[in-house]
Design a protein around this ligand. Structure first.
Ligand code: ZN
Length: 116
């Protein structure tokens, strides 16, 4: 048994397995067209997951804001730093997730271009 690199995700896999355990890519004889379709599917999956992450991050922000509202009894009392921490963290996470999403969408656009 030896270690080879997956053609699709580039991670190490055994040469005895036909399916990559990391990304599910089937090793062996693959045409460029199959490879392109596979990569597009991976990119779409990634965009889908990143969109889900965006919604999760927005929910956290809203939760932080709700915490602030609750703790200040409708903006009448001073708040602890907890809600600000949650809001700042989710705002930072939002920027990061959107950055990844931007990259993933650009990658998919490149993959969709017909190869000359
Ligand atoms: Zn793989």
């Amino acid at each position: 048994m030896s270690i080879v690199f997956c053609q699709a995700c580039g991670k190490k896999i055994s040469d005895k397995v036909t399916l990559c355990g990391h990304c599910g890519f089937q090793r062996g004889e693959v045409s460029d067209e199959q490879m392109a379709i596979f990569k597009q599917r991976k990119a779409r999956d990634r965009i889908y997951r990143l969109n889900m992450a965006t919604y999760a991050v927005i929910s956290f922000f809203v939760a932080g804001f709700g915490w602030y509202w609750w703790e200040t009894s409708g903006y009448t009392q001073p708040s602890s730093s907890g809600p600000f921490f949650v809001m700042a963290l989710s705002a930072a996470a939002y920027v990061v997730v959107r950055g990844f999403l931007f990259q993933a969408k650009r990658q998919l656009r490149i993959l969709r271009q017909p190869t000359p």
